[in-house]
Ligand binder design. Structure first.
Ligand code: ADP
Ligand code: MG
Length: 493
């Protein structure tokens, strides 16, 4: 993934221009214009109504839930909700599209202009324009790998509601494109309007990429179809940018075409040229009147909106003094934010220092361990309240941060609480001054030469003494107490 805005070619820098079309499957029990079920993974062709199969004389009836979900999503991306929108027929032939057309929205979509703010790793934010969001039907699936000569068709997906969310060509690097998709995904998940599962195809991205010399007008773009992971999205963009720069620098021309991403090779290859744009012969679907929304309904939906990631981030920063970067990671997934907030509630002390420590342990230790075991937070063996319990033990000085790592590993293994494990394995920090003092005295007695050198001005040796005391106490001495007592001892003598 690159966050370079400019590719250094042999003829100087080139700027990337990226616009994304995201297809997001609407969370709804029934399809956009029929009552057939949308459950994923059902036996082929068991969820197909006469409308979906395009039987003659069947009429579409709009599903109110899908409309509500589109409005909710529109509000979540700061979009203008159009109280009047129109469904059009987009005509093309495809084996898994029995009607010979897809019902979509062309010139009058349900949601107009909006935007998303994305955060980049360097801490900066950028606003990415959204052109529109419209509702449309999904097609069925053609299955080519079950028979030597024949292809099969599964119409279960046919007619399922999709939201197509089209961005402005505002992104300038693969890092920005990845941040945009992540942000969009966290919003739809938070709203419950799309499950965002890219690997199941419920969120797919068409990636438009072009390059240009800085300051000149947009170049010709290639469109990479149906990219289904954020990693692939970044790879496809970086590959495409290099491919286009190489062509242009050799004096060639980019042809406007649709390409496919090959995830095994990390490259893109042509699918069909779009030199003469498709003529879909759009016209308003005569079976569907314009969709008219009551402003009061839109307001009602607006009032029922949950706290969105941006607002949650601002609140966490304000309430607990979290850093922007930590906060944006925590609100990135609804589950992470819920886990964090549950843990904060369970903390004994909610001082910013404790909350910050909790955030560090969540982002560092918990995420690290989850990644190592390829687990998601739902499968985390340490419940939120137990992580809070561990932080309490550190904050109260029962264990040092170093011993806490050991306790954490045991918590991960056993699912037990920190306090019980500390008790069981005798990991309590020793802060009894008398006990520490006697260890210190022994250490000083055993190292007379070092003591002499220290007193002669070799300050660095202080660390050596601390280390020895820690070693003697198996790391359990309170570092603060050791520092204080050692200083007193060495300076007094
Ligand atoms: P189409 O309907 O043919 O797909 P659109 O004009 O609706 O074309 O654009 C589709 C997407 O392509 C949008 O996300 C837009 O931002 C993006 N896009 C348009 N022009 C460019 C360009 N020159 N380079 C990169 N992306 C572009
Ligand atoms: Mg397109």
């Amino acid at each position: 993934m690159t966050n370079r805005y400019f590719y250094e070619g042999t003829t100087g820098p080139w700027e990337l221009v990226i616009g994304l079309e995201v297809h997001a499957q609407v969370v709804s029990k029934a399809k956009l214009f029929s009552s057939a079920s949308t459950t994923f993974g059902a036996e082929p062709n068991t969820q197909v109504s006469f409308v979906d199969a395009a039987m003659p004389g069947m009429l579409p009836v709009i599903n109110e839930i899908c409309v509500e979900q589109a409005i909710r999503t529109g509000l979540g991306i700061n979009g203008e909700i159009n109280l009047r929108s129109v469904f059009d027929r987009k005509n093309y032939f495809y084996a898994d599209l029995p009607a010979g057309y897809q019902i979509s929205q062309n010139s009058q979509p349900i949601v107009g202009k909006g935007y998303l703010d994305i955060e980049l790793e360097d801490g900066s934010t950028r606003r990415i324009g959204i052109t529109r969001l419209h509702l449309e039907q999904d097609a069925g699936k053609s299955i080519h790998d079950q028979h030597a000569e024949n292809s099969y068709i599964d119409l279960n997906r046919c007619g399922v509601a999709l939201m197509e969310i089209v961005s402005e060509p505002d992104m300038r690097s693969s890092e920005e494109a990845a941040a945009y998709v992540r942000k969009l995904r966290s919003i739809v998940r938070c709203l419950g309007t799309c499950d965002g599962n890219m690997d199941q195809g419920s969120m797919r991205v068409d990636v438009n990429v072009s390059v240009r010399k800085p300051g000149s007008s947009f170049g010709t773009r290639a469109e990479i179809k149906n990219v289904n992971s954020i990693k692939f999205l970044a790879q496809a963009i970086d590959y495409e940018a290099e491919r286009q720069v190489a062509i242009l620098e050799e004096g060639g021309e980019i042809i406007q075409e649709t390409r496919l991403f090959d995830s095994a090779k990390g490259t893109t290859r042509p699918m069909r040229t779009k030199e003469h744009a498709h003529d879909y012969r759009y016209f308003p679907d005569p079976d569907l009147p314009p969709l008219l929304l009551e402003a009061s309904w839109v307001e009602k939906i607006r009032k029922s909106m949950p706290e969105l990631p941006d607002a949650k981030k601002a609140r966490l920063m304000k309430e607990h003094g979290l850093q922007a970067y930590d906060a944006s990671i925590i609100v990135g997934e609804t589950e992470t934010a819920a886990y964090f907030e549950e843990a904060v509630k369970a903390l004994k002390s909610r001082e910013p220092k404790s909350v910050k420590l909790l955030a560090n342990w969540l982002i560092g230790e918990v995420f690290g361990a989850l990644n190592r075991e390829d687990k998601t937070l739902e499968k985390c063996p340490i419940p939120a309240a137990n992580l809070a319990g561990l932080i309490d033990q550190i904050v109260e000085g029962v264990i040092s941060g170093k011993i806490a790592k050991d306790v954490f590993a045991r918590m991960w293994e056993t699912g037990n609480e920190a306090s019980a494990l500390i008790e069981e394995h005798g990991l309590k920090q020793v802060s009894d001054e008398g006990a520490i003092l006697s260890v210190i005295e022994n250490v000083l007695k055993d190292n007379p030469k070092m003591v002499e050198d220290y007193k002669a001005g070799k300050d660095k040796l202080f660390g050596f003494f601390v280390g020895q005391v820690m070693k003697e106490t198996q790391g359990k001495a309170s570092p603060e107490a050791v520092n204080k007592l050692l200083k007193g001892k060495l300076d007094r003598n």
